[in-house]
Design a protein around this ligand. Sequence first.
Ligand SMILES: [Zn+2]
Length: 561
Amino acid sequence: MLGRMSRSAPADLLLVNGAVYTVDAARRWASAVAVSDGAIVAVGTGSDVRPLANRETEVVDLGGRMLLPGFQDAHAHPPSSGLDMLRCNLSEAYSLPEYERIVAAYAAEHPEAEWIAGSGWSMDVFPGGNPPKEVLDRVVRDRPVSLWSRDGHSTWVNSRALERAGVNADTPDPADGWIVRTPDGEPSGALHEGACDLVEKHVPEPTPEDWLAGLRQAQVYLHALGITAWQDAIVGGNYPTLEPYVTFARSGELTARVVGALWWDRHRGLEQIEDLVARRERGRAGRFRATSVKIMQDGVIENHTAGVLEPYLDADGRPTDNRGKSFVDPEELKAAVTRLDAEGFQVHVHAIGERAVREGLDAFEAAREANGPNDHRHHIAHIQVIHPDDVPRFRALDVTANAQPLWAVHEGQMDHLTIPFLGPERSAWQYPFGSLVRSGARVAMGSDWSVSSPNPMWEMHVAVNRTSPPGYEYGEGDGPAEPFLPEERLDLPTAIAGFTINAAYVNHLDAETGSIEVGKRADLAVLDRNPFDHPTDRIAEARVVRTLVDGERMFDAGELD
Ligand SMILES: [Zn+2]
């Protein structure tokens, strides 16, 4: 018996004969769990829990399958990803002919749509990462098309969209992005970073009902992957989802537990903090609360907007004069983080390049010096490149490393668009999850869905193997052949902790979820097998067959009855 609640109310549900991985502090195993009123009331063996049953108790024989705490995603964008699933969706495809076919089919199926809007194309399908407008012009002549890239940092548009937005050879690049042009200066069809807005601002905004539909779609999908809680990494800005979340939560339809990270508008200063405090007040309903603030400090490596300490290299390996972007001035970042920390917010920083990571850590250090220690649980997401000097600072400053492990493989974007432009030394500082764990840092994990798949089994597969999961297509140049920086691999218990107790920690949900312990809520996932009994290169094959929140079935593959 690992534990049992002292009161003796009969259990509503017994889960017996399982491989129960509790993820408690000692990482103990059990074989049975009893649930009453949505809470875990006993953890142990079948004979430990059976006395809690009466005639009404449902008894589920797990048949040796694995029972885990429900997964939590520490960085995802569910409402927009759900909306993407409902719009022109290229994310399952990986070639130009497939993109053409999907766009043509979507346009034919939606004759009423004034714009063809969608997302999901990959930069490495196109030379230099820049898709040409002519392809879209061929398939959609009569209407404007604007399609976000998979990573959300670029758009692919047709000629009609450029016309509609008045973007042409005379349009200057905005300060925070650029228009890809032909030699005569005409826009060629790809827009990066801030330049996307030149066209996007003409695309009809999703209505609050559209956002709700996206959220509903996303929740169904995430529950089917065993996910019972997430941190929404952007609430506000281009994702006006605060009211939809509150509506969804108030109606009782929100079954996941969600922390919303309110968007920091980098074009405004500290005066926005008052608004954020007000939004936090409004953003508390049911299982939702908007208690985090997201600051996007840089862009991405692939288009050289991630903030780096030494310049990017050019295609011939020579240093350029480009060190990427700091979207927020580092001194202002310190001031903002210090104020937000004082106001009781958690701060969730997006940092990809090693300079941006350092700027984030410096800001947390400044906040700590000014305000002293507290329990706000700040975190830095993505952490693609970390200078070795900064690795120990995560633990020292008690900043959680929020990792997206699916990206840590040799695939097209890595091999063709990243390594050549970072150079060999810095390329070896990428996704240093093993180094972080060895330094004592807490590593929480997330998907950044829809940038990449939210399937935790695939993500854990990469965290453990640093090779691509069979069945997941990154694109050309991928392949399970060679592990990416194998010394940075994690063991399976650490990867599971990243998607359970450590993600629960950054969500301030670890007192009630994230492990299977008496007194916690019965947020649980059942896998079709125990991955510890199989070779590590088969982790990705494990599937979730049932998901419970508060002991209620949120997903059921129909394999347990
Ligand atoms: Zn994100």
